[in-house]
Ligand binder design. Sequence first.
Ligand code: ATP
Ligand code: MG
Length: 480
Amino acid sequence: MKSGIEIIENPIFKIIGEASDFLGLESYVVGGFVRDSLLARECKDIDIVCLGSGIGLAEEVAKRFNLSEQSVSIFKNFGTAMLKVDDWDLEFVGARKESYQRDSRKPLVLEGSLEDDQNRRDFTINALAVSVNNDTWGTLLDPFGGIDDLQAKIIRTPLEPGITFSDDPLRMMRAVRFATQLGFDIFPETFEALTTEKDRLSIISMERISEELNKIILSDRPSYGFLLLDACQILPIIFPEFMKLKGVDTEEGKGHKDNFYHTLQVLDNISKNTNDLWWRWAAILHDIAKPQTKKFVQQKGWTFHGHEEIGARQVPTIFKRFKLPLNEKMKLVQKLVRLHLRPIALSKEEITDSALRRLLFEAGDELEALMTLCRADITSKNGDKVKKYLRNFDTVEGKLREVEASDSLRSFQPVFSGEVIMDVFDMGPGKEVGLIKIAIREAILDGLIRNDFASGWDFMISEGLKLGLKPVKSLDQMIS
Ligand code: ATP
Ligand code: MG
């Protein structure tokens, strides 16, 4: 493992040390930076604690980097100051002591010693500090055995876990988040306290909970975090819909797969192929409506008819509760949930160009995400089966690409726009324009005409005539 001196080899620390000595302050780099440095993980945030004014230290450091006064962001209420040096984010704070009240995660803050400051930190591995003053340069302070826990890969609270979690229940989500990001175990007593204190999460805002959940989702193996949240009984509190996926019913000796574990495997699978949070959310939600749609049908077995559509409609409710953005990201997740069976269905039947065109049209720019989700959705334990399904997808994808190349449907911009239709029939906006547009789109998707003037002209004219409209322009006039 790195020594204290190696942890602070970045020249930035020399400057911070000099500024501290100049002001007569003891200063330390603490928390995430020290932890990540020892784990050889990238970390661009540097937290500095000093015995005195963090704001004053930040201003002195800024001076030494020739930064203007405005480049220091000061948060007077918190006694903190931040500044950027190159691509490093530095945060300065005076050492503090905290005391908590029962109904809030916002503590009363008093000045304190370094020891007080380390005591208020959430986990032993986050309480490591390295001195940057000249005469104690590189001394590593590890009051709670954080180095041992890093080596043993353990998440443990420095003080009594029940009190630590009850004081600031967000730390429970952080415990699971760090365990998942780092692939660590949670120390047994710490883990027990997650269960006993779980109801305290009610004083935490959903935004903060989702922020941690999203970090779990963005880790290399998110299933681990979900399994921990399930084991300590936090998952039902924050994500009841997901819990409903759990369990297997049996009828006439036939069971279905456990959709809880299936979904987690799909999530892990897709995480190997994308770091996009929303693609990963689509994996989490793709089967979310299976519990409501589950039915045992004689001779057929278990069915989940319509779960993709009902699931897609459930997405906004779930996003709203998690305070996730209700924007085009949510629409992407909805689209993926809605379409997740389509490529599979295609690979099972005789593939018609029309079906391919419709899928291309509906998936639009999300085709790659959809195919990535579908591949992740194959969770059979039978390797031969998996290979066969993946080959089928290759076939579907190849054909999609062929149709795409000839029809350019993905960026489907009908050449017969509303303006063109109004121009040709010399009319203003109205119901007829929409009707003609839909008819043309359907004809293109069915392969009756192509998406160009020459091919679709006669079709458009005849649709207009059916509605009693008369064309005032010819094809030649329109393309000249
Ligand atoms: P990351 O930046 O990856 O989230 P981090 O450990 O740097 O990890 P931050 O939230 O940036 O986490 O916090 C910096 C440090 O502040 C932590 O290492 C920890 O010592 C302390 N800390 C943060 N949040 C809490 C909390 N809720 N309770 C106690 N200590 C905390
Ligand atoms: Mg940090």
